[in-house]
Design a protein around this ligand. Structure first.
Ligand code: ADP
Ligand code: MG
Ligand code: MG
Length: 199
């Protein structure tokens, strides 16, 4: 079973990965965006860590809802409301129990991804974070490591895609040949589940 402490570790491990990869995320956002994805998420996840440290929530659901609220209020770009919706909706779907099963997490994350799809209108193949998140949710029934592999593979698979949502879509065909920054950061979020489980 996964408790609030596990979810707090998931968020702090994501923050650590974002700090480590911020320059790369911003570099990926340079040819097909406005070169701010790394700094956007850095600002957001620093706020998440600060908020979780101030008053640690007692339940898994509350941890993710607090993290999501921080992302919405501190990240100016498209990724703030999208990741904020992902975490808030996933947290809400976890309910108010003090522990949740891995199966419950997989279902809840599925609901979170559906909410991101509803908000942003992106489908698989549109070259967005959805291309990493959807395969990750599918693989999460297996193990965290399987979900990490699926998300990383999904992020790599965005390279030959033509963007149909977000800033990259303004480039049309010229968006082809670059890995999507949001799919790349989504893979970091999923990979951090493995870190949280190993800690
Ligand atoms: P902005 O484009 O406002 O500068 P970011 O650079 O922080 O925001 O985030 C860009 C990422 O957000 C993209 O790489 C993509 O993965 C994701 N994204 C943008 N629009 C959408 C959307 N409509 N649905 C899902 N993901 C999206
Ligand atoms: Mg950007
Ligand atoms: Mg921007």
């Amino acid at each position: 079973m996964l408790d609030a402490e596990f979810f707090r570790r998931w968020m702090t491990a994501t923050a650590t990965s974002v700090e480590r990869e911020a320059e790369r995320l911003t570099a990926l956002d340079s040819p097909i965006g406005d070169a701010d994805h790394g700094s956007n998420l850095q600002r957001g996840f620093r706020a998440v860590v600060a908020a979780l440290g101030k008053e640690p929530p007692a339940t898994p659901g509350a941890v993710l809802m607090l993290a999501g609220r921080q992302l919405v209020s501190t990240v100016g770009g498209a990724s703030g409301p999208l990741y904020g919706t992902l975490l808030r909706r996933t947290g809400k779907a976890l309910g108010d129990g003090t522990e949740v099963s891995e199966e419950r997490l997989a279902e809840a994350l599925g609901a979170g991804v559906d909410a991101v799809r509803a908000l942003g209108g992106a489908a698989p193949g549109d070259k967005t974070m959805i291309d990493a998140l959807v395969p990750a949710v599918e693989a999460l029934g297996g193990s965290f490591a399987a979900a990490r592999e699926a998300a990383e593979e999904g992020a790599r698979a965005t390279t030959p895609m033509r963007a149909r949502k977000g800033r990259a879509s303004y480039l049309g065909e010229r968006s082809i040949g670059h890995q999507d920054p949001g799919a790349t950061s989504a893979a970091l979020l999923v990979a951090a589940l493995v870190d949280a489980a190993e800690a």
